[in-house]
Design a protein around this ligand. Structure first.
Ligand SMILES: N[C@@H](CCC(=O)N[C@@H](CS)C(=O)NCC(=O)O)C(=O)O
Length: 203
């Protein structure tokens, strides 16, 4: 059985969401989003940086959320969530799948560090302002791409599990401007998915 090492309000939610969308059986090790769990020797043996998500599947152990998503879709169940390599949708799928960790998550990380993780006396307003501006810039092409589509490549796909989760987080951080109406509507559609609700409510 697939085993997911999880902490709330983290990228591990992407994997719960995917497993729920695909209706795959899994077990879950819920940890606190706290160094006592994440930086324990036990968890560092699974992830050298003490982070989540980590997926175990028999003798396979894997970290990096994007790699885990690809692994599940390729090795366990496609469920129509990854277009065929020859299809017209495939290049867009690849682009948005990787745009998530490559372009959008770096400023999200900085914002979370500067608003939640650091104690108030160590926060840096300049770094925070820069990250917010960068995030808004990085989200603009996503808003544009969603002008005539419900999901990033038309139908719901694993690229939405990656980037959609990040759009939801960006919105929750107050970084999706009202003018990005396509993106706001997209986040609403994602929030309306039962599998997403299961993932986001898991604590
Ligand atoms: N690129 C990695 C990032 C993993 C990561 O940074 N996870 C965060 C939660 S979203 C974490 O575990 N942070 C705990 C820490 O930094 O101590 C992935 O996509 O899996």
């Amino acid at each position: 059985m697939l085993k997911l090492h999880f902490a709330p309000n983290s990228r591990a939610g992407r994997i719960v969401w995917l497993l729920e969308e695909l209706k795959l059986p899994y077990e879950i090790n819920k940890m606190a989003f706290h160094p006592k769990d994440l930086k324990s020797d036990e968890h560092r043996a699974r992830h050298p940086l003490g982070r989540v998500p980590v997926l175990e599947d028999g003798n396979v152990s894997l970290y990096e959320s994007g790699a885990i998503v690809e692994y599940i879709v390729e090795r366990h169940k496609n469920g129509g969530l990854k277009p065929a390599v020859e299809s017209a949708e495939y290049p867009g799928y690849l682009q948005w799948f990787h745009y998530c960790e490559g372009m959008v998550m770096p400023p999200v990380n900085t914002i979370v560090v500067q608003t939640v993780l650091l104690p108030p006396d160590r926060r840096d307003e300049t770094a925070l302002g820069q990250a917010k501006r960068l995030l808004t810039k990085a989200l603009q092409p996503v808003d544009d791409a969603l002008a005539r589509k419900d999901y990033l490549i038309g139908n719901f796909s694993a690229a939405d599990v990656m980037l959609g989760h990040t759009c939801f987080m960006s919105n929750r951080l107050g970084c999706v401007p009202d003018e990005m109406v396509n993106l706001k509507a997209y986040v609403g559609r994602i929030e309306g998915r039962a599998a997403f609700q299961t993932a986001i409510q898991m604590q």
